[in-house]
Design a protein around this ligand. Structure first.
Ligand code: FE
Length: 278
């Protein structure tokens, strides 16, 4: 039997400048509202002039996962384990920081020299206490390899979880749904989501009806629990469907570290200062 989800509330977004002038749009309220997601940043879209592009130079993380999904532009990453990679449009990097990683996330040299359009997402996924100190790992999902689900007027990249019977190949620590959907005006989609998962939809283009409620560009719709959510595009629209379990543990957060207690945060800072975080 289907239990239909409804929109519980709509969180507006605001645009902020992160370190070095990096433009991001993010929900105006996050935290426990969005569990297990700790952060949802839409990077850009911003059209950089030559020499203008900025990124995030070397910094640490511990206790959660960072998921980068690029729509336009080029980014390069490098980390304390010696891995290096390039992200081009449609590519996803799913990094589980676990007990610790130090990395750099920068536009490519070409992007720095020539400028260009940068657009994408960075989402932070929390880990339960028992997995916070797991060994770090990377999973890359290139645009060419990523599972795409399609029906009339609907296109969806299944980064994690499932959509229209198409499943992601990524292995997530906790059950996560992360789907990028494009819908043509007039198209419809019924998306199933695990009954008890916290579900939300971030709209970044156009306007659509979600369970009968109109949600437009720059809004995060928080869903009630249920097995199915109905989408009805009233304009050409684009959005992310995100879902995951309620972790239900205390969150101690300090900059790039997300743990359960203040003591664990102090330990992370000390480990980083002593060069033993990663
Ligand atoms: Fe980072």
């Amino acid at each position: 039997m289907s239990e239909f989800r409804v929109v519980k509330s709509i969180v507006p977004t605001h645009t902020v400048m992160e370190g070095g002038g990096f433009k991001v749009r993010r929900p105006a309220a996050m935290g426990s509202l969005m569990s297990p997601f700790l952060l949802l940043d839409e990077m850009g879209p911003v059209d950089y002039a030559p020499g203008e592009a900025v990124g995030a130079p070397w910094h640490p993380h511990r206790g959660f996962e960072t998921v980068t999904y690029l729509l336009s532009g080029e980014m390069e990453h490098e980390d304390s384990q010696g891995s290096k990679g390039l992200l081009t449009p449609g590519d996803v990097q799913w990094m589980t920081a676990g007990k610790g990683i130090i990395h750099s996330e920068m536009p490519t040299k070409k992007m720095m020299d020539e400028g260009g359009l940068m657009h994408g997402f960075q989402i932070w996924v929390n880990l339960p206490a028992k997995d916070k100190m797991m060994n770090p790992r990377y999973q890359d999902l290139t645009a060419a390899d990523s599972p795409i689900a399609e029906k009339e007027g609907v296109w969806a990249r299944v980064v994690a979880g499932e959509c229209l019977g198409v499943e992601s190949t990524l292995d997530t620590v906790i059950p996560i749904t992360y789907v990028h959907v494009k819908m043509d005006k007039g198209s419809t989609l019924d998306k199933s989501l695990g009954l008890d998962l916290n579900g939300m939809v971030y709209v970044f283009k156009g306007e659509l009806d979600i369970a009968g409620k109109s949600v437009s560009d720059g809004s995060l719709a928080l869903l009630s629990n249920g097995t199915t959510v109905n989408f009805n595009a009233t304009e050409d629209s684009e959005f992310l469907i995100l879902a995951g379990p309620e972790i239900g543990e205390p969150i101690a957060r300090y900059g790039p570290f997300v743990m359960n207690t203040r003591e664990e945060i102090m330990q992370a800072i000390e480990d980083y200062q002593n060069g033993v975080l990663a």
